[in-house]
Design a protein around this ligand. Sequence first.
Ligand code: ATP
Ligand code: MG
Length: 245
Amino acid sequence: MSDTWAGPALQVDRLVVGMGGQTILNEVSLSVPARGVVTVLGANGVGKTTLMRAISGIYSAASGSITFAGEAITHLAPHRIVARGLAQAPEGRQVFSSMSVRENLVLGAGALAGREFDRTFDEVLQRFPLLRERLAQLAGSLSGGEQQMLCIGRALMSRPRLLLLDEPSLGLAPKIVKQIFDLVASIRDSGTAILLVEQNVRAALKVADHAYVMEGGRIVLEGTAAQLRDDPRVRDAYLGGAAGH
Ligand SMILES: Nc1ncnc2c1ncn2[C@@H]1O[C@H](COP(=O)(O)OP(=O)(O)OP(=O)(O)O)[C@@H](O)[C@H]1O
Ligand SMILES: [Mg+2]
């Protein structure tokens, strides 16, 4: 992203993605500003991961467009999208188990080299002191929470302007979940825009500025995080009823 770009980080416009003859994403449009957190909420199987993979270039669009920092990335290869400053910490962490923590981080750096690499490596380890202690350890021997930290750290190694996070808190203990959400807030505060997919709706709406709700491959609701927190449809479907908690 050029430093002079003043528009939104990401603009998805009427994106359609099909798989095996089925339409998985049906004219999805959304926008992520250059700063802040946008969250995409929705039940299992509505297409959230498909959306993240399409933005990252892993799945291809049947129609519609994806614009990053004002330039079309709709049909770019994933590594070119990362090189432009859009990185993803995928669902299910997907660290390379039989490689060390250090090797996993190096892989995330893409084309970064020399002093720029050293500086980034140091910044990421400052954010995750726990990974510094385990640099030589195999990624597969880390706990679930540590693997999630590594997965996010690996994505940050490319110095992204926009970070996609797909269910970062899934399956983790409450204490670790809190750490993950604190981390999301601190990455946001350092100026990286974030698109967050979460089933922990309460926590997601707390950290997010803006939210979209997906059902059956479509966006069915959008608003500020505060508006959605107070929306009876969101409270009933995702926040455990009208009383909330
Ligand atoms: N590679 C694929 N081939 C065929 N169908 C797929 C593929 N990937 C996803 N789907 C289908 O697309 C739909 C959306 O799946 P997706 O993983 O995007 O949902 P999700 O919202 O991320 O769900 P979850 O909350 O469980 O992670 C599902 O019906 C799924 O079966
Ligand atoms: Mg998913």
